[in-house]
Structure formats: C-alpha cells, structure tokens
Design a protein around this ligand. Structure first.
Ligand code: NAP
Length: 280
C-alpha cells in the first residue's frame, strides 16, 4: 500500500507507554465525523526519540502528540509556534509544507474550556494561579494572552514562581505560598495547577469562603473528576471549570491539524471519558 492510499494516522509518543485517554478521544471524533484514520500509542525511549520524530512521516504518521519525558526535545526538533516557545515544551507535532511544526495545546485547552463552561471569566482583573510547573506555564501564558491584568503566582518553591514571573514579565507577580489566604479576597479567578487534590496526593487546603462571590475556580486535576477544591467551590455557589474539560479541549487542535476538520467537545464525548476515568 502506498502512503497516498493509507488512512491518515497520528500517534502519542511517550515513555513509558502510560495509560492515556487520547486514543479514546480521537477515535470518538474519527468515528463520529466519518473520517478514515487512526491514532495509536507509541512507546519510544528517550534515546530513540530523535530518530523516531525525524522519521515520523516515513513511519506513516501525519503528526503526533508528545508526552512525558519528550516535550522539551519535541520543541527543539521542530519549528515551534509562539505558545510552544513560551511554555518551553511542545505537546503537538504536525507537518506544514513538509516542515515539522509544533505547538502547545494546553494553552487553548485551558482558555477554551473556560470560555465554554464559565463565559465572562476573563472579566477578572486579578487571577491567582497555584503552582509553577509545566501546566502553570501554559495557564499563565493563556491568561496573559487573554489580557488578564495581574496574575499572582503562588508556588511551594518560591524560586520557581520567581523564575516564571521573570520570563513572563511585570503582569505576573510571584507570591509566597503562605500568602494565598491574603490574596483570595481579590482573586476573580483561582486556578490550581499543582498536583494537590489528585488521587494519592494531599488535598489543597484553602478557604474558598474568602473568594469574592463572583469568582471562578478552575482545577487542572481530573482524577478525581470533582476535586475537594471544586466540591467546596460549588458548595459555596461559585462557578467552576474542571480538568477533564481542559483535557478534552486541548485535543481539538491536534485533531484539526492532522485530519482537517475541527471537532466538537460534546457531552457524549465527555461521558465516554468520564466512564473510562471512573472505571480506571
Ligand atoms: P509539574 O511540572 O510536576 O508541577 C507540579 C506542581 O505542583 C509544582 O508547582 C509543585 O510545586 C506543585 N506541588 C506538588 N506537590 C505539592 C505539595 N505537596 N504542596 C504544594 N505544591 C505541590 O506538573 P505539571 O505538569 O505542571 O502538572 C500539574 C497538575 O496538572 C497534574 O495534576 C496534572 O495531571 C495536571 N494537568 C492537567 C492537564 C489537563 O488537561 N487537565 C494538563 C496538564 C497538567 P514545587 O515547584 O514546589 O515542586
């Protein structure tokens, strides 16, 4: 079979080959949009990643998602867009005019999930972001791109918050982890990008009662689906956005780049992934 007649296929490159929901998501869209194509997981050790990516097209792939531990290498081996460069990591690869390009779709996954679920969230002038890891970089970049005036950044390791603020400029204000309680009353948007609240991790201890009544609370953690932070925020009547929504929205762009149609995040897709998470 020649590559011209072969169905288009993308893959997820990681090491080890962790359980991922991406095949379920992309297979759902391929099926519902009636596109003949595929999406597979490729376990590629770090010392083989460069060769794998250089031969991506020869291997029959139109593009790929990249996950731990390859995201920084993927950036270096491709032509990154502004988002991938700002985040310092690429999670999506595709070919444009024969050139391997990359982006980081966590940025739009975060922002589009908020737009879909909590419209008007960007009226907040002050956002409080907890955490300064890889996910925080995508969130902070998205907030700045969207015009949020002040992004207060609290991290257990203050030096990482400072480093991130140095990179993103004066609108990002590093704060000590102990100062979270002081900032809550003026946070129109609170985002947890730490792993606190995840199954097997300690809970995120903070008093959502201190947030303004119109505040929006977003949690990137999606196992469990309803984290203690989201549960407490909903109990207080605050609007919330969960991590599963971000995961689904970040997958849209890759699919569009590889298969040529922009898919929808439907309630049916969400229910499918929720069921998989619940039975995992
Ligand atoms: P990461 O780079 O390893 O960063 C982890 C962050 O959590 C760091 O800021 C770390 O602080 C903080 N942290 C860990 N344990 C802590 C504790 N006991 N107390 C206070 N802070 C603690 O991880 P990441 O890639 O940014 O991912 C973070 C979370 O976001 C994970 O739960 C991941 O599943 C989730 N995520 C979700 C999506 C989505 O689509 N929903 C996308 C990306 C990530 P230090 O700097 O002090 O270590």
């Amino acid at each position: 079979m020649t590559s011209g007649t072969r169905p288009r296929a993308a893959c997820l490159i990681g090491w080890p080959a962790a359980h991922s929901r991406s095949p379920l998501i992309h297979h759902y869209w391929l099926r519902t949009l009636g596109i003949e194509g595929g999406y597979v997981i490729e376990a590629v050790p770090p010392d083989e990643f460069g060769d794998f990516v250089l031969r991506l097209s020869i291997r029959g792939f139109v593009g790929a998602n990249v996950t731990i531990p390859h995201k920084e290498r993927a950036l270096a081996l491709s032509k990154p867009d502004q988002r991938a460069r700002a985040v310092g990591a690429a999670n999506t690869l595709w070919f444009q005019d024969g050139e391997l390009c990359s982006t980081n779709t966590d940025v739009e996954g975060f922002v589009n999930n908020l737009d879909a679920g909590v419209p008007g969230w960007d009226k907040a002038t002050d956002a409080l972001v907890l955490g300064a890891g890889g996910a925080a970089r995508a969130v902070v970049f998205g907030l700045i791109e969207r015009g949020i005036q002040r992004v207060h950044l609290a991290n257990r390791t203050m030096a990482r918050a400072r480093a991130l603020a140095d990179q993103f400029g004066a609108r990002v204000l590093p704060v000590a982890w102990e100062a979270i309680g002081d900032l809550l009353p003026r946070a129109g948007l609170l985002v947890n990008t730490t792993s606190l609240g995840m199954h097997g991790q300690p809970a995120l201890e903070l008093n959502v009662g201190l947030l303004p009544a119109e505040a929006v609370v977003a949690d990137l953690v999606y196992v469990p689906l309803e984290t203690p932070l989201l549960a407490a925020s909903r109990a207080r009547g605050l609007r919330t956005a969960d991590g599963l929504g971000m995961l689904l929205h970040q997958a849209v762009r890759g699919f569009e780049l590889w298969f040529g149609q922009r898919p929808q995040v439907t309630s049916e897709l969400r229910a499918l992934i929720e069921a998989d998470l619940t039975h995992a």
